[in-house]
Design a protein around this ligand. Structure first.
Ligand code: NCD
Length: 290
């Protein structure tokens, strides 16, 4: 595990999943400070070192997509897994999210998905949508203040597939229509200085429009589920108050459990000897798994 952005769940989950499969695990957290990145070592050399030391797989989190691609190009033998690339992608989160939805509904076909919160900066939303468009999703709703509405590439993905979508400034207008309400936090750390200032001035007004509290969960369909990739914000500006955890629709802890299951399955599929027919696949070594 080589993580250059904060992580609790994803790194913990890769650690647990690999350990449960009988692998030995080496974790580097805060790579900018605590790996040789701090000595200006290139990503490519870091990968070469890990290969020479005999590591078979690397879960790599980096602040941008470019870094992940550099790692992939340098790897000759090692399996690389994208554990989060800036505000862009988080494919293993999409996998565990899809697993959670499938446990509930059996498929993603025919479902209506609702996304709330920071639809612009959330890599988990982008990755889940990239996965979901491969199914016959019925419709997608987004509820976000304008400065957090989804970026053009996400909307284009829906247009080209084609999957109808609705943008709304208020979660109350989308809640009664969705099968899955996927809540995200406002990603403060991805905002520029002026955006932070603007958001600080506006959030008192907008917070009510995207907080998913009991008022909102009461509007949901009986069989709808509430998801959140976590972490959620605590205190005054929380987007998913703890009181909703006891609602029968909440699946947020199930998602965390499913993280281990999905990553164990992924590691097994990528690392098992090829003569095991069950794991036969044409996934190449050194691929970003999406
Ligand atoms: C998310 C992430 O890192 O993108 N968390 C996670 O991996 N479960 C979501 C977030 O940071 O808000």
């Amino acid at each position: 595990n080589l993580f250059d952005e904060p992580s609790t769940r994803t790194m913990g989950s890769f650690h647990q999943s690999a350990s449960l499969l009988g692998c030995s695990v080496f974790n580097v957290h805060g790579a900018a400070r605590f790996s040789s990145f701090a000595k200006n070592e290139s990503i490519a050399d870091t990968i070469r070192v890990a290969e020479a030391q005999g590591f078979d797989a690397l879960a790599f989190r980096y602040g941008n997509e470019q870094g992940i691609h550099e790692a992939v190009s340098a790897a000759e033998r090692m399996v690389l897994i994208n554990a989060g690339s800036g505000a862009n992608e988080h494919p293993t989160q999409a996998g565990l999210d899809a697993l959670t939805i499938m446990q509930e509904f059996g498929t993603l076909d025919g479902l209506t998905l609702g996304f709330v919160g920071d639809c612009r900066n959330s890599r988990t939303i982008r990755s889940l949508i990239r996965l979901a468009v491969q199914y016959n999703i019925k419709r997608v709703y987004f509820a976000a203040p304008e400065m957090f509405s989804p970026s053009d590439d996400v909307l284009e993905l829906l247009i080209t597939n084609p999957i109808p979508y609705v943008l709304s400034p208020d979660v109350c207008t989308i809640a009664p229509h969705v099968d899955v309400l996927y809540v995200t936090r406002i990603q403060w750390e991805r905002m520029r200085g002026w955006q932070k200032l603007l958001w600080r001035m506006r959030r008192a007004k907008f917070h009510k429009a995207f907080v998913v509290d009991e008022r909102v969960t009461d509007m949901l369909r009986e069989k709808a589920i509430v998801m959140h990739p976590l972490p959620r914000v605590s205190g005054k500006w929380r987007e998913l108050p703890e009181e909703t955890d006891t609602n029968h629709r909440s699946r947020i802890w199930k998602q965390v459990e499913n993280g281990n299951l999905f990553r164990m399955a992924l590691l097994a599929a990528l690392l098992a000897p090829r003569e095991y027919p069950v794991f036969q696949s044409d996934i190449k070594a050194a691929s970003i798994y999406v």
